[in-house]
Design a protein around this ligand. Sequence first.
Ligand code: ZN
Length: 356
Amino acid sequence: MRAEPTWTEIHSLDAFPLLDIFAAYQAGLIVDDPFEDTGQPLSNDTGQRLPTLHECYTRYICPSLMAAFGQMGSVVNDLQQIRFKPLEDGPDAKAHTIDAGDGTAPTIAMNWQGRPADLLCLAHETGHALQSLLSDHGPMPPTARETCAFLAELMVLDHVRIIDPTLFANLHDVWVEENLIYLGSDLDSLSAALQNQTTPSQYRHNYPLARLAAVAMFQSAEATAIFTSGVDGLGHLPLDALADKAGKIDNTLPAMPTSLGGQSVHDAYRVLGATVLLDVQAWSGTAAQPIDQYYADMLAHTSDRTASLSIGPDRKPIGYTAWDRSGQLTRLVAPFGNHARIATSAKRHMTAEQAA
Ligand SMILES: [Zn+2]
């Protein structure tokens, strides 16, 4: 028995629509930067130093969130309750927010060096603190919590854009740079866990979906409503709308010849070629393996009959799956979406092979 729950178990979510969301993102159909087209100059003052944490909290964070939350009565009072303290642990300690529960004020633990990145970190942690207060200290699924924190960052960016364009340019650089991790290595790690479906959840798995959802929700009514939603937080994320974008991914791969399906060497090479093209299309980590290792791996799957290529109605390859000898899915590559359909056809294939 597995002791640690997977990320999908913690969130009661189905893996396949999420893999479709990430496929759509990697195809460039989902935005990760709402300020991309605002025509703001790039930062030319990367060494900018800001005043103290408290001064920045008063000058930038509070007015930004008050502007975003508008009429929500308790927000002004809630923002005044939040406390701060420096991190006590070693140099690797990460900023975090401590909520001791009902009747207490959340405390943000972070170190302050006055860099633009520190201000965005303060915005993030204030998002966590505010979400605790607005949800009456009730629990919230971790990905919904991180969505609130990213929304708070976007609210601060949006306000600073008007009042201090130079600072905005520096904060925006930080947002873009952090996307490289949240939507790079973190997304790769979560995608692998979603394909495998037995990998225990890691905290960083909460970031990729939260990041994309926050950008999609920003400037909609959901952006503030989610802060008050507690255990129901995930219901505010536009998961279906994001997954639907996968339907718009262009399949530019060549169609497979009709002879495919026989046992010839040509067919075997065509299948291998199609998996390479699919991996490259999916930006999959698998495609970055050395070619001899990739070839040996896929050849073993082909001779074991533990892989299956899916072909669309126009005979273009749309995805492939591979599984281990125990029947556990080990790879699900579907760069054009349709993860659920491809997984179902793989399961049929697996059952047929086991019966054979
Ligand atoms: Zn966070």
